[in-house]
Design a protein. Structure first.
Length: 279
């Protein structure tokens, strides 16, 4: 695996490690550790090809007033009340070598992408001591691709989410559960990057195709995590549903149910002395 691919993969992995579902309490300002993950990622949404990975990763938590780095996002908090949070969120995807993907063979490689943009988070319902929480997340992100020598804007994506967190699902076990689900919308630029087949790359088994913007399917993610002393165990499964999506007729969409998932073990060995209140 190339160093560039590993770096991007680490970014994607850190996004999917699972939400920090803990009751409101005093927590260290920062935590540092390491972990190892085993996961499967499709080449892209709608691809029936993917890869398995086993790799180490850094475990970093930072609970600052503005900058937050936790197990499901890196964000800058711009405005926050008891029920509303307006922040900046990030996302990313791994590169794809078209020679290793039968459906894209002969086409340009897909460079890794990163996404950045504002997000409005609304808490609809929460239980005592944050035992459970139901909320809505409305992120709008600009998508950029890079070959590490230049950066190109590829389009925009909007993926509203209904999020549910339930701490200590089985009382006394410390097992935490998270569920996220919602539709995805993208403009023509984003869809072009992944799903358009220009006439010069058309073949008898891969007709030319021009992507439009619009509905891009939906996604559901389920995660579990549990802390055992200095160790954190986690698992997640995420599935995309492309029925009715604007790009479902692209010859590069070979399955309408893309699945990714993985398991992680993190070891936290340094914590700050300073404590902060986590809501």
């Amino acid at each position: 695996m190339s160093i560039k691919r590993m770096l991007v993969l680490l970014c994607v992995l850190l996004i999917f490690l699972g939400a920090e579902t803990v009751p409101a309490e005093e927590k260290p300002l920062w935590e540092v550790g390491v972990g190892v993950a085993a996961l499967y990622l499709p080449d892209y949404r709608g691809s029936d090809e993917g890869s398995f990975y086993v790799l180490p990763y850094p475990y970093i938590i930072y609970r600052g007033d503005f900058l937050r780095v936790d197990k499901d996002r890196i964000s800058g908090r711009i405005f926050e009340t008891d029920r509303l949070l307006f922040d900046v969120s990030f996302y990313g995807s791994v590169p794809v070598d078209s020679d290793d993907n039968d459906d894209r063979r002969g086409m340009p490689d897909l460079d890794p992408t990163f996404e950045v943009g504002p997000a409005l988070n609304i808490t609809l319902l929460k239980g005592a001591q944050n035992r459970y929480k139901l909320g809505l997340n409305f992120p709008v992100r600009a998508v950029f691709s890079t070959d590490f020598s230049s950066v190109h804007h590829e389009g925009w994506i909007f993926s509203p989410r209904l999020n549910f967190e339930w701490n200590d699902v089985v009382p006394g076990t410390g097992l935490n559960f998270g569920l996220s689900a919602g539709p995805i919308f993208a403009d023509s630029g984003y869809h072009d990057y992944y799903y358009t087949v220009e006439p010069r790359y058309a073949a008898s088994w891969r007709p030319a195709y021009d992507s439009d913007g619009g509905y891009s399917g939906s996604a559901v993610t389920v995660g579990l995590n549990k802390t055992l002393n200095s160790f954190i165990l986690g698992a997640f499964v995420s599935m995309d549903f492309l029925e009715g999506a604007e790009i479902e007729d692209s010859p590069l969409v070979t399955t309408k149910h893309s699945v990714m998932g993985g398991v992680t073990v993190s070891w936290v060995f340094f914590k700050s002395v300073k404590m902060v209140t986590v809501k």
